[in-house]
Design a protein around this ligand. Sequence first.
Ligand code: AVI
Length: 321
Amino acid sequence: MQDTKTTLTNTSEFEKEVSQGLTNNPKHLSSMYFYDKKGDKLFQDIMAMPTYYLTDSEYEILESNKEEISNLFTGFGSFDLIELGAGDGKKTKILLKEFSDKKIDFTYVPIDISDNALNQLQNSIEKELPEVQVQPFQGTYFEALKEINNRENRKIILFLGSNIGNLEHEQAVVFMNKIQKLMQPEDLLFMGFDQKKNPQTILDAYNDKEGVTAAFNKNVLARINTELNANFDLEQFLHWEVYDPETGTAKSYLVSKIEQTVQIENLDLTVHFKQWETIHTEISQKYDDEIITWLAKESGLKMTTSYESTAYGYKNCVFKK
Ligand code: AVI
């Protein structure tokens, strides 16, 4: 179970999302709600699968460029390393270790919607890298902006894992623009962007044969069952992934295999599904240089450096205001 703090902070937002999303036509639910204790574990399992090439790609970029990245980050003395959507921090630990070995003065501020993920991350850093100062912050991306604004030290903001891809372009521009406005001239934004590539590779990453991604997608229904007293039969929904190679947008759906009715007691809501009706749950945008340049320009950011994993088609880019 999630701990009380998260449940109390997010329940009404979750209720609002579910009642709006399931009464709209077409139906939708936000992928933000995939992540409870079980969802966090499923996402960790996804990241460990070779078909989900994003993790290995970024790991390779960080590992092979850690010295140069460290020099880039540490040019101006002490700083706060603020990570949006930190998750299990596995890749970030490459940098944390590098900074710690070099006795660099910094504070790591992991931000995540999941309290559970943050607790695990803090415990693992205390064990593996005890000299690193950690100040976790639990909240959504938009709550994270307030936290960023409150910090006075020089800021290096990490947004890894192509997490930006879960936002539509317009939302991504709004978000990156808000970050830009909070940055000082010496601050940096370091982001991961999954690239457009062979469409089959993308479909394989989001539709693994073991069914882990399917379980992750369906976890939003499992959460509605436990947290809002509903009776979704997860077996009666199909995980479905589509990828449009023209726009670079991968979309996840849950498709109702049969005509069915679901009761959500806490919302006093009855939801009817026609056979093959969909719930759109997630977008995972893939990028090319033109889109990244456009995003930066629209957000008022300048790209200063980028690192590429050619094996998998993945980029990390550094932006300044
Ligand atoms: C967190 N986010 C960047 C992942 C992605 O690739 O969109 C979430 C995910 N969804 C299915 N697999 C992984």
